[in-house]
Design a binder for this molecule. Structure first.
Ligand SMILES: *Cc1c(COP(=O)(O)O)cnc(C)c1O
Length: 384
């Protein structure tokens, strides 16, 4: 049986796919027939330094040969070092490690509720999120996700979430009451169509949180780890969140989730109140450290320059209506059907993603300029 046939037969059919990738190097991938692709997707913003990156592979291999897992009942250097770096570089105070974005957000939701419970007692549990948001697929993070069509088959969803409108602060004010403990935002809605929030809206939400002693949770699962042109996107918005979640690109290709806690909530989680068997895995953390170490000012400047290059190049195409997003997280609003265009690009050797009705570009943070330009040339051929 071919790999695709076997996959359709034995794997749950939760994804629409038609390509079997075999191997890659950097920002180039090859399928099983030997056809080459330029990668503008990084496995959905995961492979921060591209495919089979040597420094990352060295870091995880060395750790795998030393100690691959300890359980969280013991201290371990990779997790301690990674948490230290994350705190020093963000101003956050403590980190809880898990294995995915949705788990990082689950932890954020639990911290917000417990912080409020510890201070005010039961009943102050409501969390405001935005319509069109995406926070994950577990029951709690699905409930936080402001897309009602995704809830339908899984009712009853978790109670205590209400949805305001992005960039409309009055819609947030209208939902705050004495039962509200947090506001949770993506600074650029990723799955929702690469929709950036306005700085004034985000800052007003922060003021609202301060005034009502609510936690500000920023979901940086997609925007984090250099993707936006700063280490975390919140650093461009002039805010100090109480909780920041990170995943996708942090692991460089291995599963990790990180929930960063600010000073006000840093001691909310106590022994036994939360946990994870695989969280803080030494191999994963060693890889993440090698990713984080390389996200320096030079790389961030290059990311911003490449972002400008993509925007300038695509703005000349007649079938491009707009380019939104930050850094190397860009949404391209197109004339025509985004899925059909994505397929045409794949046929021509360029892998991109879609988000709602847009093309979504998430190349590796270190994509060489020549490959970026070659990929853009393919898009120009289709969208002229
Ligand atoms: C991908 C994503 C998630 C979910 O992450 P998983 O690792 O798939 O659980 C949550 N929030 C945002 C903003 C995301 O982009």
């Amino acid at each position: 049986m071919e790999i695709n046939e076997k996959s359709e037969l034995y794997l749950c059919n939760t994804y629409a796919r038609n390509l079997t990738l075999d191997h890659g190097k950097g920002s180039e991938l090859w399928d099983c027939d030997g056809k080459r692709y330029i990668d503008f997707s990084s496995g959905i913003a995961v492979n921060s330094f591209g495919v089979s990156d040597q420094l990352w592979a060295n870091a995880i291999t060395a750790q795998a040969q030393k100690l691959q897992h300890t359980s969280n009942l013991y201290y371990s250097a990779p997790a301690a070092n990674l948490a230290e770096q994350l705190c020093l570089r963000t101003g956050m105070s403590k980190v809880f490690f898990s294995n995915s974005g949705c788990e990082a957000n689950e932890c954020a939701i639990k911290v917000a509720r417990k912080h409020s419970f510890d201070k005010y007692g039961a009943g102050r549990y409501r969390i405001i999120t935005l319509t069109n948001s995406f926070h994950g697929r577990s029951m709690a993070t699905l409930s936080a996700t402001g897309q009602p069509t995704m809830h339908t088959a899984f009712q009853p969803i978790l109670s205590g979430f209400s949805y305001a409108t992005a960039n409309d602060i009055d819609s947030v004010y209208a939902l705050v009451d004495s039962h509200t403990c947090a506001i949770m935002l993506e600074l650029v809605q990723g799955e929702g169509g690469v929709v950036p929030l306005e700085k004034s809206f985000v800052q007003a939400a922060e003021r609202l949180c301060k005034a009502n002693d609510m936690a500000l949770i920023i979901d940086e699962v997609q925007t984090g780890v250099g993707r936006s042109g700063s280490l975390y996107a919140f650093q461009q918005f002039g805010i100090s969140p109480d909780i920041v979640t990170s995943a996708k690109g942090l692991g460089g290709g291995l599963p990790i989730g990180a929930t960063l806690l600010g000073a006000r909530v840093k001691n909310t989680l106590t022994v036994g109140s939360h946990g994870s068997t695989f969280g803080a895995n030494p191999v994963v953390c060693a890889g993440a450290l090698s990713v984080l170490e390389r996200i320096d000012d030079k790389l961030l400047t290059e990311i911003t320059a490449k972002s400008e290059l993509v925007k300038a190049t695509l703005s000349t195409c007649s079938k491009v209506k707009s380019v939104t997003g930050l850094g190397l997280m860009l949404g391209v609003e197109v004339v025509g059907d985004a899925s059909e265009i994505r397929q045409k690009l794949q046929d021509k050797g360029l892998l991109v993603l879609t988000a709602k009705k847009k093309l979504r570009l998430l190349p590796a943070l270190n994509i060489p300029t020549e490959l970026l330009e070659s990929g853009l040339q393919i898009i120009k051929e289709i969208l002229k």
